[in-house]
Design a protein around this ligand. Structure first.
Ligand code: C2E
Ligand code: MG
Ligand code: MG
Length: 629
């Protein structure tokens, strides 16, 4: 650093020089040498005229100031300041102080390069220290950030687990600060998601009414059962259950009743549940049981027996007791199907066979059911052709006054003669026509044809009525009213001469709707007959409510009337009375013998129909018949 000689030192030097002793002359250089200026700097002494009294370079002693300074910078001008001048051929910083007593000058000089070096060193030091401070600051910030953000990875992990669908067993942030709260909130959110998923799963895979797994669940379980059975060379069985007459129950008793019935069925099924079995609600009144561990056919039969027994006792519904009847189809893997679809389809097919055989039974699947189905498909196609080509015919059966044996009218009965199979019974092809949607056009054709025939007979002989059978699907079809009006209009017969026969089951299965349709028909002026009375529900309650005119007592009550042991005698008389009391005319169907006809006459029956009078015959034949009557 640039050091200066303070005034006290200068005074000291001045005093010593005034004394002018040799000691002083020797001392001055020693004193002056003490004042080091930096590494390369030095101090020198000049008298008031600028003559050099002391200089570390002895050669310069006694030389003048002007010899040192080429630019002849005045010594006085430099007093008490720092100047950069060229001194002795070198750029130097110089400080000049005047000694007060002698008027001499003390000058300190330091080469410029040293000053610059020092400045450079100084800035490097400050850079390093700045750098150091920066690093410390950086470390401090990093430490603080690390401390503050150390829980972020846990939170990210929690969120990742949620994204992957793992909603339990979280690692939680072990603190109560904001991070701890976020972590808790995430856990809470995961619990809520889990609850929602459970709810969605339940509504997607379980039936809300019975709580049983639904059809979707069955699909999954069936796939799994199939895979397991294939892998382990095992068996499993499916039982497809469909309630008998559930629709009727639902329509007549109401949906609340129907719902309760389904719940009762569910608890009956659960009552026979074994480990590994699963019960499903397949659809409305359809249930499926999956028996996963069935070792043999015997074991399956044993289970089926348990199922039968489970429904053998009555259920209590709204303080009444009822029997639940169902039809079921049973299949076993691998014998009855190789895929889920095949097994389900075959169990369904077996169930349909159970229905066709008269309901309320359990049917094991057999492969000839498939051939029956194929035959049915072929038959359907042929029936379709017959309807299209109008190759069907009508036969007519006389209906006779039971008291006088005079002709009252006739019933039109549809006939189909199959090109290969010959005549097919309407009991077979009418249900088929209903099933495949042919009954409405077919029924309309029958109506027109029967009315036309009636008109021809009326024109030729006497007023008479024609009875036409109407299917349930026709009754439900909005086109029936128009079809009836059209047939009446086209033939020109009086509406009172047209009797529409509706079977009991049809009406009761859809009571309210049927009653409304019947009222509309009656409003046209046609008369209505309840056909086959006694074979279905035979509910007297319904009989009272139905807008009908005629009751047709089924032939099951008639055919054995003349057999001694028969109890039909006790039934038919009271039914005739009952019909009369309800203001209805009664027709006895299937009268085959004279004795039967006699009995019915004696009991006051209104009309008879049966082979005793005439079999169903062609239009040509009925003309002959009319002449006979
Ligand atoms: P249904 O209306 O009860 O007709 C009476 C059935 O009893 C007829 O059978 C008739 O041939 C038969 N029958 C008449 N008298 C006697 C008898 O003394 N003894 C015996 N054993 N049977 C007798 P069919 O012609 O086979 O008709 C069966 C059923 O098919 C009919 O029963 C009716 O429900 C239905 N059907 C017939 N034609 C039509 C139609 O055009 N449309 C609709 N929807 N159904 C029809
Ligand atoms: Mg009939
Ligand atoms: Mg009948």
């Amino acid at each position: 650093m640039l050091a200066t000689i303070n005034s006290a030192t200068a005074q000291q030097i001045g005093v010593m020089l005034q004394n002018n002793s040799t000691l002083v002359h020797r001392m001055v250089p020693l004193i002056m040498k003490q004042y080091h200026v930096g590494e390369n700097g030095y101090t020198f002494l000049l008298d008031e005229d600028g003559t050099i009294l002391y200089h570390p370079n002895r050669n310069l002693v006694m030389r003048g100031w002007n010899d040192l300074v080429p630019e002849r910078e005045g010594l006085k001008k430099l007093l008490d300041g720092i100047a950069l001048i060229e001194l002795n051929g070198q750029k130097q910083y110089i400080i000049v102080t005047r000694l007060p007593l002698t008027g001499w000058y003390v000058a300190s000089a330091l080469p410029e390069f040293e000053v610059l070096d020092q400045l450079r060193a100084l800035s490097r030091t400050s850079l390093l220290s700045n750098l150091g401070a920066g690093i410390i600051l950086l470390l401090l910030v990093t430490f603080l950030l690390n401390y503050m953000l150390k829980y972020i990875p846990i939170i990210i992990k929690q969120l990742h687990r949620i994204a992957e669908g793992q909603l339990t067993e979280f690692q939680m942030v072990p603190s109560h600060d904001e991070f701890g709260q976020i972590s808790l909130a995430i856990r809470e959110m995961a619990h809520k998601i889990q609850a929602s998923i459970k709810l969605i799963h339940e509504s997607a895979f379980y039936d809300a009414l019975t709580g049983l797994p639904n059809r979707r669940f069955l699909d999954e379980k069936l796939t799994q059962a199939l895979q397991d059975a294939k892998r382990l060379n095992g068996n499993f069985a499916l039982i497809f259950i469909d309630l008998d007459n559930f629709k009727w129950i639902n329509d007549t008793r109401g949906h609340k009743f129907g719902d309760e019935l389904l719940r009762q069925i569910c608890s009956r099924l659960i009552g026979i549940h074994r480990d590994g079995d699963m019960m499903f609600r397949f659809g409305g009144d359809e249930f499926v049981i999956l028996l996963q561990h069935i070792g043999s056919k015997q074991e399956l039969e044993h289970y089926v027996e348990r199922l039968r027994t489970a429904f053998s006792s009555q259920v209590n519904l709204f303080s009444h007791s009822y029997y639940i009847n169902f039809s079921a189809g049973v299949v076993m893997f691998p014998d009855d199907g190789a895929t889920e679809e095949e097994l389900l389809k075959n169990s369904d097919m077996a169930m349909y066979h159970a229905k066709a055989l008269g309901k309320n039974r359990i049917q094991y699947f057999s492969s000839d059911m498939i051939s029956t189905l194929l035959e049915k498909e072929k038959l359907t196609q042929e029936l379709r052709n017959a309807v299209l080509n109008q190759s069907m015919t009508l036969q007519y059966q006389a209906i006779v006054d039971a008291q006088t044996s005079r002709l009252y009218g006739f019933e039109a009965l549809l006939r189909w003669s199959h090109p290969e199979l010959g005549p097919i019974s309407p009991d077979q092809f009418i249900p088929l026509a209903e099933e495949v949607g042919l009954i409405v056009p077919l029924g309309e054709w029958v109506l027109r044809e029967a009315c036309r025939a009636c008109r021809l007979l009326q024109d030729e002989y006497q007023p008479m009525s024609v009875s036409v059978n109407v299917s349930v699907l026709q009754l439900r079809s909005p086109s029936l009213i128009d079809a009836v009006k059209h047939a009446l209009h086209e033939s020109g017969i009086d509406p009172k001469h047209l009797v529409l026969e509706i079977t009991e089951g049809i009406v009761i299965e859809n009571f309210e709707q049927s009653v409304e349709a019947l009222r509309q028909l009656r409003a046209i002026g046609v008369r209505l007959a309840l056909d086959d009375f006694g074979t279905g529900y035979s509910s007297l309650g319904y009989l009272k409510k139905l807008p009908i005119d005629i009751l047709k007592l089924d032939k099951v009550f008639i055919w054995d009337l003349d057999i001694q042991s028969s109890n039909s005698k006790q039934i038919v008389g009271p039914i005739i009375d009952l019909a009369h009391n309800l203001g209805l005319n009664i027709v006895a169907e299937g009268v085959e013998t004279k004795d039967q006809a006699e009995m019915l006459r004696a009991w006051g029956c209104d009309l008879n129909q049966g082979y005793w009078y005439s079999k169903p015959v062609s239009f040509e034949e009925i003309k002959n018949l009319l002449q006979r009557f």
